[in-house]
Design a protein around this ligand. Structure first.
Ligand code: PMP
Length: 361
């Protein structure tokens, strides 16, 4: 096997090696089945068991209560930017509140405005999205259709440390880049959604966890795929689900359970990993400039710059030489971004930290 590097991509991102190895071993023929997962009907028992197992592991890891349904969909998180307002806003006279904490929150709003009335409850643009709102900063609409937040802004590297208080209004949260990285109290959310390709598997699967009563409103006139109810009533098999991706999602959840046991333990592990890099930034005497203010720093995407673009480029090229890859910041902001999702081993983070210290010298 060719040697693996430490890959800091923001997504699609590094997968746990044991998951890749198990998938590789069983790729051509699942034991006792004689066919690849890819070759199985989604209506057959083997696949149905894999599907149920992946869902059950999500329910167990996240303690998902009976009030909520788990949907395994396609279309990525950006389809959710549309499905949410289509199901919860369109055809009502309500307003949806959007909290703009970075690039992804803005893009979510851009889709919602096509479907109904929206309100920007807070916008971090004037501070270059380096901080998050406090509760009193939020201009919430009473009786809104929902409040949308982005739990972790993948591009800017800011992450909510606690969730805003929204009363009886459903809280809708994009957890694309911090899903399964820390515990969440699902009962506090109307909808949680996350594309898989950062923390949960390959691109092609999107997990939606939705409070059941929120599926009732959508009009049957919408394209069938857009209606959450259709997926819920058919156990996410309204159409052919992304079977191979769901199989890998199940393997990732199994790995998390076996390796860490609980999301509480994983959270502590992720915090310690992130701290290694933030310490290197803070102790660099201004050589490395962190983007986010310390209180809201992301444990998943560590974003920083050197003094100028040229130094950033030199840093990235030298890191790449050492097998520390895909560290470039998003094309819209530049700089450096180390994405250190669950599957990034602590050795990778230590190697990057050591490189940061050496490069500074
Ligand atoms: N939201 C967040 C927070 C993201 O990081 C991303 C992907 N980088 C998206 C939404 C969009 O996801 P997708 O490309 O799967 O539509």
């Amino acid at each position: 096997m060719p040697e693996r590097v430490f890959n800091f991509s923001a997504g699609p991102a590094v997968m746990p090696l044991p998951v890749l190895e198990e998938a590789q071993r069983d790729l051509v023929a699942l034991p006792g089945v004689g066919s690849s997962v890819m070759e199985l009907s989604h209506r057959g028992k083997t696949y149905m068991d894999i599907h149920a197992d992946a869902k059950a592991r999500l329910v167990s890891l996240l303690n998902i209560p009976d009030t909520h349904e788990v949907l395994l969909l396609q279309g990525g998180s950006r389809l959710q930017f549309s499905m949410i307002p289509l199901n919860l806003l369109k055809g009502t006279d309500k307003t949806a509140d959007y909290v703009l904490t970075g690039s992804w929150g803005k893009k979510a709003l851009e889709e919602a405005v096509k479907e109904g009335k929206t309100n920007v409850a807070w916008d971090g643009k004037s501070i270059n999205f380096n901080n998050l709102p406090s509760q009193s900063d939020l201009k919430l609409t009473s009786d809104a259709a929902y409040v949308h937040i982005t739990s972790n802004e993948t591009i800017q590297g800011v992450q909510f440390q606690s969730i805003p208080e929204v009363g009886n209004v459903p809280l809708v949260a994009d957890l694309s880049s911090d899903f399964l990285s820390r515990p969440v109290d699902v009962s506090k959310y109307g909808i949680i959604y996350a594309c898989a390709q950062k923390n949960a598997g390959p691109a092609g699967v999107t997990v939606v966890i939705i409070r059941k009563d929120l599926m009732e409103h959508a009009s049957g006139d919408l394209p069938g795929y857009m209606v959450y109810r259709n997926h819920a009533e058919n156990d996410s098999m309204w159409n052919t689900p992304p079977t191979f991706g769901i199989y890998l999602l199940g393997l990732v959840c199994k790995w998390l359970q076996e390796e860490f046991g609980s999301l509480e333990k994983l959270q502590a592990h992720n915090q310690a990993k992130a701290q290694l890099l933030y310490d290197a930034i803070d102790q660099s005497g201004g050589f490395y400039l962190g983007h986010a203010v310390p209180e809201v720093r992301s444990k998943m995407n560590v974003t920083f710059k050197l003094g100028d673009d040229d130094s950033d480029k030199k840093f990235l090229a030298a890191a790449n030489e050492l097998g520390l890859t895909q560290l470039g910041g998003h094309r819209s902001v530049g700089g450096v971004r180390a994405s250190i999702y669950n599957a990034m081993p602590v050795e990778g983070v230590e190697k990057l930290r050591d490189f940061m210290l050496d490069f500074k010298k």
